[in-house]
Design a binder for this molecule. Sequence first.
Ligand code: SF4
Ligand code: SF4
Length: 188
Amino acid sequence: METVTGKGKVSVSFLEEVMRKSGENLNLCYQCLKCTVGCPTAPYMDIRPNNIIRMIQMGMKKEVLGSSAIWFCVYCQTCGTRCPNEIHIGVLMDALREMAIEEGVPAKEKNIHLFHEAFIQSVRRGGRAHEVTMLMEYMLRSKDMMKGSLIPGMKLFLKGKFPLLPSFIKERGEIKRIFEKCQTKIKE
Ligand code: SF4
Ligand code: SF4
């Protein structure tokens, strides 16, 4: 990536680009692994959270943006709470997902970007996620009607864990402004 400064065009490293987009200072990481040890989805990731940081520092853009790890993060913020240097990997993963979408890097896991889009659209509509409409949207887009998503979703619905109707927050205009400000690339 190149950016224009008073000195003309200069190259921006992957590390600098990610730090600018996420707002996280990855230079502070000293690989103590506290993030990865506490991360609930780390066992399912192809690259562990601490290694994602190391690979960003090493400029391994293709490998990082093409990893399943960036899509498996559920933004629980456990890593940020545990990190002695207050690095929030959930925020970092969010920035990496947006970069992968912007640059057209296909997600390693089939349909996971559709699930991500269904979640974002749900938040965009009502200010918070509504699981039933989110799952319906995901299933329609992915045509994944029976594999994986429907059965556990139905079980939770029957147990009353998923409300049938969405509840919207009062200040939905604020959500609209946030999305406009972020210039999200998510499709309508
Ligand atoms: S907890 Fe923080 S300092 Fe430790 S490896 Fe993770 S990001 Fe790096
Ligand atoms: S925010 Fe993401 S990377 Fe951090 S602990 Fe939660 S799932 Fe893992």
